[in-house]
Design a protein. Structure first.
Lengths: 132, 132
DNA sequence: TTGGTAATAGTAATTAGTACTAATATTAAT
DNA sequence: ATTAATATTAGTACTAATTACTATTACCAA
């Protein structure tokens, strides 16, 4: 039951994310999609982002500060989060799935996945922002 | 300027976290401290948790779902977050700081740190909760 | 002890996200 | 094509988590 039905809105959201290299927030998705679909509602954006995340078609990135970001690229990779401008960027390095195995040896529940985020100052902010 | 002044409330919060093996939320800290200091306010708890985090005396754990948790143990270690009961537990395994070096090679900003969280079902929930 | 300022309690406000509902869109069966 | 069943939507109301504001209180150096 609850078979999935096509929706133009969901399709747009998925395509929008697929066409971006950055990692927009729900708010950004909403603003951009609204240029083509002015009647889409923010709730619809949130609902579909959550649904697509659950289906595994996109990834949710929780930065630990501010709103969640979303990624249309579901291949195994890590993210860098700038503590100054809060932008999220890809970090194209070999993944380190061996830590999953190590973790499993040290834990008595079911480990299903892991997330590694890197923090610091991005190139732009390193230049501008010499404080702290 | 803005020299730090002693406060009984901040001291309690720090001691409370130091004496726990789990990783309470701000709300839990508030509830527990209130038994000894019934007039402490939730805002004070939030403010001091943020301040202590900034000072590096405690750690904030953002789970990506629900409220932040806090850890009085600032030694390098990782956390496991249960997707069912949302409890946070320690994962005592060798840290993998070599990934910092790898990451630095692949990124042109300043990488200052990283966080790895593991997700899945904890032992308790594996038993109870066979769904999903 | 007093003066300056940091910190607090209590409350109001904000942010990010979720829930609700009547109307609309999609799909499968006629 | 028409209809029926139901998933989805827009729009709005609401909630959870956290932050901001302000008058008062606590700390501490002179």
């Amino acid at each position: 039951m609850a078979t999935l039905k096509y929706s133009r809105q969901r399709e747009s959201i998925k395509n929008f994310l697929a066409g971006r290299k950055d990692h927009p927030t729900a708010e950004t998705v909403y603003t951009c999609i609204r240029e083509e679909q002015p009647r889409i509602s923010l709730g619809t954006v949130y609902r579909n982002l959550a649904l697509l995340t659950e289906l595994g078609e996109i990834k949710k990135i929780s930065t630990g500060d501010g709103p969640d970001h979303f990624d249309g690229d579901i291949s195994q990779h890590h993210h860098f989060i700038c503590r100054s401008c809060h932008q999220v960027s890809d970090l194209d390095m070999k993944s380190i799935d061996s830590i999953m195995d190590t973790a499993k040896e040290h834990f008595s529940g079911e480990i299903e996945g892991y997330v590694t985020n890197f923090y610091g100052l991005c190139e732009n902010c390193t230049k501008k922002n010499k404080n702290t």
